[in-house]
Design a binder for this molecule. Sequence first.
Ligand code: NAD
Length: 496
Amino acid sequence: MTELPKFNAYINGEWVAPSDGRYFETVNPYTAEVWAQVARCTPEDANRAVEAAHTALTRGEWSKLNATQRGALVHRLGDLIKEHAQELAEYEVRDNGKLINEMLAQCNYLPQWFYYYGGLADKIEGAVIPIDKPDVFNFTRHEPIGVVAAITPWNSPLLLLSFKLAPALAAGCTLVIKPSEFTSTSTLKLMELVEKAGFPPGVVNVVTGFGAEAGAALVEHPKVAKVAFTGGTESGAYVYQQAAKTLKRCTLELGGKSPNIVFDDAVLDDAIKGVISGIFAATGQTCIAGSRLLVQEGIYDEFVTRLVDFARSARMGNPLDPNTQVGPVTTPQQYDKILKYIAVAKDEGAEVLLGGGPASGPECGNSKWFVQPTIFGGVHNKMRIAQEEVFGPVLSIIRFKTDEEAVEIANDIAFGLAAGVWTQSIKRALTISNAIRAGTIWVNTYRSISYMSPFGGYKMSGLGRENGIEGMKEYLQTKSVWISTATDVPNPFVMR
Ligand code: NAD
């Protein structure tokens, strides 16, 4: 029997075995085969990585680079990602079973994060404050916040990591990354490029393993200044609590249950494609999934009939086949969760319009984790299927009459990550976009993301913003410097 590839952690510029020698298995969701072993890092490994990152931040070569030199390194990493996009995408597919088309498009787009933030590195300027005191020169500096723990989920590992890595490096921070235990290898492959780009040891480190072990140790470590977390709302809220004990800054990109609202004046063909892309692309395993479809009464029957017909034609299959449109679910836990929610929806009285169970057949290969694209009609917003994140190919359709009712339903939820609005009226587009409590609103499009535009959640969908200039500010802190030019010594017992 051939031995499985073994992936070690990346700490202080070296590939290191876990301190207690234990590895865990990683499974390809399409073949259902264990294809690699990954270091199960301990809290001791996490502590070593934080120490390395802290040394690189405070004393190493990295701390002596100027912003232009730092930016050039970040840019160089972008070039290397571009050269290796195909290879990285294949690792992503082997790890999470998402479509090669989707992962290749993501990996080809990743360099833009490194070019954008690499360019921004030397354009972060402080200010001279026209201070209201005599004989004082006061200015501000924006300094790196410190060591960052970047914790990522399994659905788009490299994209969600790039949201953090590119601005953090450009800001001058150092990082310890903890990828999801289900999808560690693409992040480790990226470290080969970090090394090749010439980042000094300790600037970027990766500890692989489990949230409660390596992840928790990072969140608790007093030398970590910031946690940049993407994952579920429950784990995010727990991480926030733990991080509060040492007053760490946190950005939390969490779950969603986004409304996709189709008004009666929408271009129906466009809206159908937008709705499909919002829920069945990536097998529904995206935080921005438009999993609550709100359809206006006048077009309800026609729209739903056409939507179901379109969804029925979705091709399931091998994610490495460029013709596949819906791949397997990434993990057995997630597969069970999706089926549980399908059962809940049926119990609640929702009507199955399409799918509604596990999928099997030759197109599913050896995978045991295919779920049929599923559409429920007759859903009310108070049902669990309308309120809780499924993170799978399951769409709930809710009927509405007026614009006011659409807004009320859209906002009647704990989440606020994104929303879609389909209308030809500019007035309606603006009014509804302003009224919806979510961090991203798409009008006549869905599932668009850019390195330039801030992304993040309202309410239980998270804290802080990634991407754009706002995303960079999350890795900086401001220092105010006061220089006195006074010649006389003022009264020391009175505040100046
Ligand atoms: P998860 O919360 O289970 O895990 C995310 C990461 O956190 C993993 O690396 C995990 O090991 C780590 N982790 C878990 N508990 C931890 C702890 N106590 N301390 C430190 N680290 C811990 O999420 P998941 O199942 O991997 O991903 C799916 C979830 O992520 C969904 O809810 C989805 O909506 C969300 N998500 C959000 C966004 C966004 O940008 N808002 C993007 C993608 C995914």
